[in-house]
Write a protein that binds this ligand. Structure first.
Ligand code: NAP
Ligand code: G4F
Length: 346
């Protein structure tokens, strides 16, 4: 049997890196779209990289951008994927208030560009849209597939647009196109400005004596935090069903930002109150207060169940930060030992 081919947008992001690992493990040939930057942005997939000249290579990377529909169509034509996982987006909620137009163009319209590129090339591939619990916004918890959307940020609004255009291509053109409505999911590969990673990093650095305080915004917001490495499995399962459908993916438990801060600092034996300060710049003009997902449909149909909850997630993220600090300290020591003593001044 020939291996399946997948195309991942956003392969350099948190989820893209875990999904690429999962698909390579399953024997897929994986093609990823990387946006051009003046510095390397492929750190999260460096361990997966293979020389594309190698006859057994199964991971291939291409430059491309969500704002360039012609390029997306050209890549689809070349790659001829069986499955497209559309993960790329301007994914930061606070930033979306500063850059609402850019967020609409990438996070919203980017999905239309990709769907239209698939249609114009005439592919019959399956399509996954990275939808978000941020679409529920002000809707009271628990939220499930039938909960009405009430987004509270330009990011949430853009994701609602992308959700509906995905459903529209399913209804209008019979495409196998699905929305995975994922609640917050985190990992040591989380972007450093999202709250869980920011706090895990701070707890480890305070413990190591490298900083004393961290500035945060709203500690009262509640989130349903799961582990990203488990959530990418649900994405894959959604594209393996007989019929396309949309699914909520969540743990069903909620914790406040304050709780998460406490879990992280307690893990290194510190009282968070001694190290957390408030800074209004991290507040949002309109906030999402409480997200708790009901993922019973995913459990029933896909057989998907999460195992990691927020307290364990906090511990594993802080441990990863401590490991990174030890690793860099080890490298520094090794470099110092190798240094040739400077010649004595005459
Ligand atoms: P992430 O770490 O921010 O990754 C986003 C990816 O999109 C990165 O690879 C980024 O490239 C790429 N990208 C951004 N703008 C682009 C553009 N104009 N053209 C091409 N690529 C672009 O996000 P994530 O946490 O992995 O999330 C993956 C997807 O799921 C996103 O769509 C996000 O909105 C959605 N989602 C995330 C969560 C969550 O809790 N993590 C929950 C629900 C939905 P660079 O690496 O160069 O920045
Ligand atoms: O970590 P956050 O920035 O994640 P947020 O806004 O929930 O968005 C994430 O999850 C969504 C799914 O619901 C994704 F669609 C989206 O792409 C992204 O991955 O903030 C979480 C909470 C917020 O209530 C925020 O106000 O933490 C609060 N917070 C408090 N202090 C902070 C900070 N958030 C950040 N980023 N930085 C702070 O200093």
């Amino acid at each position: 049997m020939t291996a399946k081919t997948a195309l991942i947008t956003g392969i350099t992001g948190q989820d893209g890196s875990y999904l690429a690992e999962l698909l390579l493990d399953k024997g897929y040939v994986v093609h990823g779209i990387v946006r051009r930057a003046s510095t390397f942005n492929t750190q999260r997939i460096e361990h997966l990289y293979e020389d594309p000249h190698h006859p057994q290579a199964r991971l291939f990377l291409y430059y491309g951008d969500l704002t360039d529909g012609t390029r997306l169509a050209g890549l689809l034509e070349k790659v001829q994927p069986d499955e497209v996982y559309h993960l790329a987006a301007q994914s930061h909620v606070r930033v979306s208030f500063d850059e609402p137009e850019f967020t609409g163009n990438t996070t919203g319209l980017g999905t239309t560009r990709l769907l239209e590129a698939i249609r114009s090339v005439g592919l019959s591939c399956r399509f996954y849209q990275a939808s978000s619990s941020e679409m529920f916004g002000a809707a009271p918890p628990p939220q499930c597939e039938t909960t009405p959307f009430h987004p509270r940020s330009p990011y949430g609004v853009a994701k609602v647009y992308a959700y509906w255009v995905t459903r529209n291509y399913r209804e209008a053109y019979g495409m196998y196109a699905v929305n995975g409505i994922l609640f917050n999911h985190e990992s040591p590969r989380r972007g450093p400005t999202f709250v869980t990673r920011k706090v895990a990093t701070a707890a480890a650095r305070v413990k190591a004596g490298l900083q004393d305080v961290v500035y945060l915004g709203n500690l009262d917001a509640r989130r349903d935090w799961g582990y990203a490495a488990e959530y990418v499995e649900a994405m894959w399962l959604m594209l393996q069903q007989d019929e396309p459908n949309d699914y909520v993916v969540a743990t069903g438990t909620s914790h406040s930002v304050r709780d998460f801060v406490e879990y992280c600092f307690a893990h290194v034996g510190l009282d968070w109150r001694d190290h957390v300060r408030f800074d209004a710049r991290y507040l949002r003009p309109s906030e999402v207060d409480d997200l708790v997902g009901d993922a019973s449909l995913a459990e029933r149909v896909l057989g998907w169940r999460p195992t990691v909850r927020a307290p364990e997630l906090a511990r594993l993220m802080v441990d990863a930060e401590l490991d990174m600090l030890r690793h860099s300290a080890g490298l520094m020591d090794a470099a110092t030992e190798r240094m040739v003593p400077a010649p004595t001044a005459r």
